[in-house]
Design a binder for this molecule. Sequence first.
Ligand SMILES: *Cc1c(COP(=O)(O)O)cnc(C)c1O
Length: 350
Amino acid sequence: MNALFDIDTLVRSNIKTIKPYASARDEYKDLRSDMMFLDANENPFENGVNRYPDPQQTALKQRLADIKKIPQSQILLGNGSDEVLDLIFRAFCEPNCDNIITLPPTYGMYSVLADINAVENIEVPLNSLDFQPKVDDVLRASNEQTKLLFLCSPNNPTANSFDASKIEKLISNFKGIVVIDEAYIDFSKNESWLNRINEFPNLIVTQTLSKAYGLAGIRLGVCYASVEIISVLNKIKPPYNVNELTQERALKQLNNLNEVKEQIQSLLESRKRIIEALKPISFIDKIYPSDANFILIKVDNATERYNQLIKKGIVVRNRTNQLGCENCLRITVGTKEENNKLIQALKSIA
Ligand SMILES: *Cc1c(COP(=O)(O)O)cnc(C)c1O
């Protein structure tokens, strides 16, 4: 519990009083086959997608609710987690007035979204030794105008998870909303904070189908929070933000969890194999521990090594310009065949 938290003081005043757009599908929800739908100016000739999609994505949310054991009223879906994160900014951060805290090096979208929404981004760097949050520094950096704290765990690009005790201390003492971005949670040995969402009224957990679930192309992000927070976000989301094809494809994947689990298992084994294979390579100075489907390595000269890999047809991510990531490359775990080629290429340029 966080005694300092009061959602009413955090929601922007214009959002509190906003009247959401009421779509045709909101007014008449029950798509019974014995009814005629002449209410939404759709083309009546059936082709599978001629009707507007369910604005509340009921079937998909119900499946997620069953899997994650959380009520639908605590779930919001978006066009990728990027849309979900943007909605969070727009609900809680007054442009040119409020600020957020991020812990670099981390996911680049938080600062991009802060810029787009004219919100100041206060950066409190992670500990340079182990990329853990400096809890006291974060709490000290917060002021009256601080609305959101972004914790990416497992973190991109450093690949580590933050210590649970540090995260708990932050959630319990931060006056605003803590957003834990769990895009990589399915690759982690740590428990999701979703399991404790009802203990913390100021906690938002975001996840995505873009990584472990193999559906980056359909754009589906998931947000879990208290009923109060979800209601606020629901008021401002675009009515049909998750399209019909996405809802259908996501549901299909969520009904095929065995395949997802097998792929995760295979990627975790590959991650281990790549790390072992990279250890003897002379120009790799450090392989950071990974709780995600990618590996961060420190090399002698990241830009030179990056270009050598490009010449061999392999694209990795050069993170050398990120704070604390000098000469670091971020490498995604691929198929077994791709990983073999990667290992061969790294050996050959050594
Ligand atoms: C990849 C990634 C996401 C995913 O974003 P989507 O919009 O859902 O594809 C979110 N957060 C982090 C930290 C990521 O690395």
